[in-house]
Design a binder for this molecule. Structure first.
Ligand SMILES: Nc1ncnc2c1ncn2[C@@H]1O[C@H](COP(=O)(O)OP(=O)(O)OP(=O)(O)O)[C@@H](O)[C@H]1O
Ligand SMILES: [Mg+2]
Length: 239
């Protein structure tokens, strides 16, 4: 599904250049559940942003289903983002003045569905996340866990190929964290989604099929040599 080769990404801060990613090679299989784990400031979100076509690498190739995301025209990239990539963030990013139902419907706007069809699909997505009795609530009238479920419904209502989640449980207590990870895992299993989940939480990472540890802008799977050769994670690093 994804093939990343020699990915580097830098940002300029004044005269300084920050290499957020510094040579990432990573393959992600169709239908895989991959966790990206690592300490703060090591390039996790930068990598997720590139996977979702929200930015382009400075160097290297990022191929998604045969297309090089770094070289696609902006319009094609926008189409991919709308159709194939669903995003979930730590801070939910719901629109505060819209109800749960309306928030989910926003993801369907690019598809020119009839209003009835849009309503039906958004409602079903909320039902799938166990929120049938909360569809008319504003985000401020929902718990953190419920808000994240709305955000997941919004990401999945368009039936994307990939779900990209950046610290989706970072703002939640332990019980709610477990519930949200369980919901994500269930959706991944039942829908054949590819799920890429960024977390610094080892408990969350261990629920994935595979863990990529990112440190200093490079990915490691546990080989003593650095960077990785694509094997299992180093238990020391992911403990
Ligand atoms: N837009 C930007 N401009 C300048 N520097 C940036 C920018 N975005 C990220 N960086 C830098 O790139 C590095 C990696 O950032 P990134 O957000 O990917 O880290 P992270 O692993 O997601 O961290 P966290 O766990 O705190 O979310 C950091 O040093 C950060 O300061
Ligand atoms: Mg981050």
């Amino acid at each position: 599904m994804y093939e990343l080769t020699g990915i580097r990404k830098y940002f300029h801060r004044g005269a300084e250049t920050v290499w957020a990613l510094d040579g990432v090679d990573l393959d992600i299989a169709d239908g895989e559940f991959l966790a990206i784990q690592g300490p703060t400031g090591q390039g996790k979100s930068t990598l997720l942003v590139l996977l979702g076509g929200l930015d382009r690498p400075t160097e290297g190739r990022i191929v998604f289903d045969g297309r090089d995301l770094g070289r696609l025209a902006e319009l094609q990239l926008a189409e991919l983002r709308a159709a194939d990539f669903g995003f979930v963030f730590q801070s939910f990013n719901l629109i505060p003045t819209l109800t749960a139902q309306e928030n989910v419907e926003t993801a369907l706007v690019p598809f020119h569905l009839s209003p009835d069809e849009r309503r039906r699909r958004a409602h079903q997505a909320l039902v799938d996340l166990g929120l049938e009795d909360r569809v008319g609530h504003l985000p401020s009238e929902l718990s953190g866990g419920q808000q994240q479920r709305v955000a997941i419904a919004r990401a999945l209502v368009k039936d994307p190929k990939v779900l990209l989640a950046d610290e989706p449980t970072g703002n939640l207590d332990e019980d709610t964290r477990d519930e949200i990870v369980g919901a994500l895992e269930g959706l991944w299993r039942n829908r054949g989604l590819t799920l890429v989940l960024v977390t610094h939480d080892s408990w969350v990472a261990r629920r994935a099929e595979r863990i990529a540890v990112i440190k200093g802008g490079r990915v490691n799977y546990g080989d003593a040599s650095w960077p990785s050769t694509g094997r299992e994670p180093d238990p020391e690093l992911v403990a």
